[in-house]
Structures are given as structure tokens and as C-alpha cells.
Design a protein around this ligand. Structure first.
Ligand code: C5P
Length: 284
């Protein structure tokens, strides 16, 4: 047993953005076959685990932005339950400080679930391999396996096939705008007509923002912009500020842009007050 004092107790579940997202066909299980490039972004929640916990199994304390649903249905508790079926775990308390907006296309809830798995695996020395953790994560949600390795990856299938890729991002700046609109992923799939009579995204691995503007696209963007003009307005802000490439992430509503130069400090001042923003730079 690892000394709990030396194992990780705090994790920072981060966002992702989708660079291109194809909904290729509806599968027999009702889910859709996807093709997308996923990029981790260090806009993070904070997740702490404390043991022994105050309850019988998993107790989740929520802070920060509101989180829909009962705590026991949260992917963090469901991650704990998956591991508790396989191991005798002591009671734990999780404290989640929610900073990532929900229903935002950033994968925030999925990241919380996947990080809970990896945190418990290391804290209690459960010995699950990356592959086993990805398989467990797939039981939590389609986006969860990606967050186990949490590196740029081409993601296919329902979300369970995660192949790490190189992207050319050195020195690029990225800005995100969440326009404060909650989009249900299940609803968004109803807006799409899947089709796979087109090349997949393999040609885009090893690429960078300058190439993406020649045709990397997210199938959800047009229907989301049709229904929510504020998403189109946020995309226009990024383009007016000089984005080399801008698109929506996942099923929305967050949009992102890649920039050669840093944005001025006041770049977001004119945005509506319900917008949340985040900026960062990829190291040289
Ligand atoms: O897997 P997850 O719980 O995140 O999926 C939420 C909803 O999104 C599913 O119930 C399904 O309606 C839809 N979905 C899909 N195909 C995928 C992923 C999600 O149809 N590959």
C-alpha cells in the first residue's frame, strides 16, 4: 500500500477543445461514431480527495459554479462506485471547486470523472493500467477516456479510441469564450445529420492552426449558431481580433480561437457580461 501521505490528493481536471468534429454515423447502440482531434487546455476545476471520509462511501462537496444533478449521480461518485465494485475502498470525501462551465463543450464533467478514477487509482495504489482506466472511463461517458492520458489525441468510435497525435502549436496563443449558454449534448446530436461519405480526420494529425483554416470543421457549429446567435457573435469577436482559426468546441457553446500574437489585456471588455473567457499560450 502506498503511504497516502505521499500519493496525490489534489488534481486539476482540465478542459478540452475539439479541433474538428465529425459525426459520421449512428451506431446500433444509439450512440454516434465520431472523428475528432481533442486538445487539452489548462482551464481547470480543482478536485481534492480526503480519506477517511465522513460518510459510508463517497461524499461529494460542491463549490464554485453550480453543478446540475444530485452529488451521488455526479461522474466523480460514479467513478468511485466503479472502483468500489472492484476494491475494498475506505470512505472518501471529494471537494470539487467547479470553474469550468457545464454544457459548454469543454468536457468539464467528463474530466472530473476521469480524474477521480486516476486520483483514486494512485492514492490507494489500485494498480490499474492506463488501458484499464480508459476502459473504466468509457463506462462513465464518451469523452472520459481521453482525459486519462490527457494529451492531444485523435478520438474515434463513440469516444473510446484515443490515439495520441502531434500538433504544431509551439508559441500559439489561444482564447476561449463561453457565451453563457448551456447546450445538452443529447439535444445537439438531434440537430445533426450524420454522414461518413467523406475523408476522416487522419490527414489533420501533425497539423497546426494555419492548415486548419483550409477546412477543419465541427459538424455542430452551424446548427448551434443557427439556434444561438450569441455563439456566432462570439466567433465573430475572435475573428475580428485576428484569429488564424476559430471554431466551436464539442456540441457547444464555448468557442475558441488561435492567434499568432497575444491578445491585448482589454480584448474581452466589450463582451456581454454573461460571457466567461480564458486565454493561454503553448510554450515555444
Ligand atoms: O456519453 P455521454 O453520456 O457523454 O453522452 C451524452 C449523450 O450524447 C448520449 O446520451 C448520446 O445521446 C449522445 N452521444 C452520442 N454519441 C456519442 C457521444 C454522445 O450520440 N459518441
Amino acid at each position: 500500500m502506498v503511504d497516502p501521505g505521499t500519493a496525490a490528493r489534489v488534481a486539476f481536471p482540465n478542459a478540452k477543445v475539439n479541433l474538428g468534429l465529425q459525426v459520421r454515423h449512428r451506431r446500433e447502440d444509439g450512440f454516434h461514431a465520431l472523428d475528432s482531434l481533442f486538445l487539452p487546455i489548462p482551464w481547470c476545476d480543482t478536485l481534492e480527495v480526503a480519506t477517511p471520509g465522513t460518510g459510508d462511501g463517497c461524499t461529494l462537496h460542491l463549490h464554485g459554479l453550480p453543478v446540475a444533478g444530485a452529488p451521488e449521480d455526479n461522474l466523480i461518485c460514479r467513478a468511485h462506485a466503479l472502483l468500489a465494485e472492484r476494491h475494498a475502498l475506505p470512505p472518501v470525501d471529494f471537494h470539487l471547486i467547479k470553474a469550468l462551465p457545464s454544457g459548454a463543450g469543454l468536457g468539464g464533467g467528463s474530466a472530473d470523472g476521469a480524474f477521480a478514477l486516476t486520483l483514486l487509482n494512485s492514492l490507494f495504489d489500485l494498480g490499474h493500467s492506463i488501458k484499464e482506466l480508459e476502459e473504466l472511463a468509457a463506462q462513465l461517458g464518451s469523452d472520459c477516456p481521453f482525459f486519462v492520458r490527457n494529451v492531444p489525441a485523435r478520438v474515434t468510435g463513440r469516444g473510446e479510441h484515443v490515439d495520441p497525435i502531434d500538433l504544431h502549436l509551439k508559441g500559439w496563443h489561444i482564447a476561449l469564450i463561453n457565451p453563457g449558454i448551456h447546450i445538452s449534448t443529447a439535444d445537439a446530436f438531434g440537430w445533426i445529420r450524420p454522414h461518413d461519405d467523406r475523408p476522416g480526420l487522419d490527414a489533420w494529425t501533425g497539423s497546426g492552426p494555419e492548415e486548419w483554416s483550409s477546412g477543419l470543421a465541427n459538424d455542430f457549429t452551424a446548427p448551434a449558431v443557427d439556434r444561438h446567435p450569441a455563439i456566432g457573435a462570439a466567433l465573430n469577436v475572435l475573428r475580428e481580433k485576428g484569429a488564424t482559426f476559430a471554431d466551436m468546441s464539442g456540441s457547444g457553446s464555448t468557442v475558441f480561437g488561435f492567434f499568432r500574437a497575444p491578445l491585448p489585456q482589454n480584448w474581452a471588455d466589450a463582451l456581454p457580461s454573461e460571457c466567461r473567457t480564458w486565454t493561454g499560450q503553448f510554450p515555444d
